[in-house]
Write a protein that binds this ligand. Structure first.
Ligand code: FES
Length: 233
């Protein structure tokens, strides 16, 4: 018996053993915000934006396996406030200047800022001095925009697709850097793949960042999460 039933926001949702709470919610038309999670990459539960009340405790939906009979709340005021605070912290901690960013309109962080109606973060901006690595002919990485979700490093590696990014420094100073040796012969296709893995505008494919004009991009047209089939929000 691999089928299980759980309750999400008082709706009975069906899924299978081995699925996470996030996966079952999505399959049943319930949106839970995510940032560090990306389909096809093992979840790591670092950004905490998908936190839900699972069996009365705050837990990340992307890493919690669903168990038959579980009771889950995804959308209480407390949870939405908690998520809005995470978004505000990320904006305060990085240097995110959306109007000039190539990912504007396609950025998951910006889209969550709109979702939570963020105007000015309640925290002071850190304005930390961060650099940009633009030495590669096809891609660049802008550390000002990186939220350290590590999706680029955690993505599935294949033979022709090794890890193009590496950690540099440790602790609070940790940085994601381009492996210049492995990306020396980067094609446009691989550069696009790297850019797509990034939820924000940290990894940018050179000269192509504005291919789709601002105003016609994914989240310019529809809010984040609205692409979920049969959305029940
Ligand atoms: Fe679940 Fe980041 S999406 S912790």
């Amino acid at each position: 018996m691999n089928k299980i039933k759980i309750r999400i926001n008082d709706i009975v949702c069906r899924g299978e053993k081995g699925q996470t709470v996030l996966e079952i919610a999505k399959d049943n038309g319930i949106y839970i915000p995510t940032l560090c999670n990306y389909e096809g990459i093992k979840p790591q539960g670092s950004c905490r934006i998908c936190t839900c009340m699972i069996g009365g405790r705050m837990m990340t939906a992307c890493t919690t396996p669903a168990l038959d009979g579980m009771d889950i709340v995804t959308n209480s005021d407390e949870l939405e406030k908690f998520r809005a605070t995470i978004v505000e912290l990320l904006f305060a901690e990085g240097n995110h200047f959306c109007p000039t960013c190539e990912r504007s309109g396609n950025c998951e962080l910006q889209a969550l800022g709109y979702r939570y109606k963020m105007m000015v973060p309640q925290f002071p901006y850190s304005f930390a001095a961060k650099d940009i690595d633009a030495d590669n002919p096809k891609i660049m990485i802008d550390h000002n925009r990186c939220i350290l979700c590590k999706r680029c490093i955690r993505r599935k590696k294949e033979k022709d697709n090794p890890n193009w990014f590496v950690f540099k420094k440790r602790g609070a100073k940790v940085q994601i850097n381009i492996d210049h040796e492995l990306t020396a012969d980067f094609t446009d296709k691989l550069a696009q793949q790297a850019m797509d893995t990034c939820p924000v505008g940290a990894i940018i494919r050179k000269e192509k960042g504005f291919d789709v004009p601002i105003g016609e991009r994914k989240y310019d047209k529809n809010p984040i999460g609205s692409d979920i089939e049969g959305l029940k929000e």
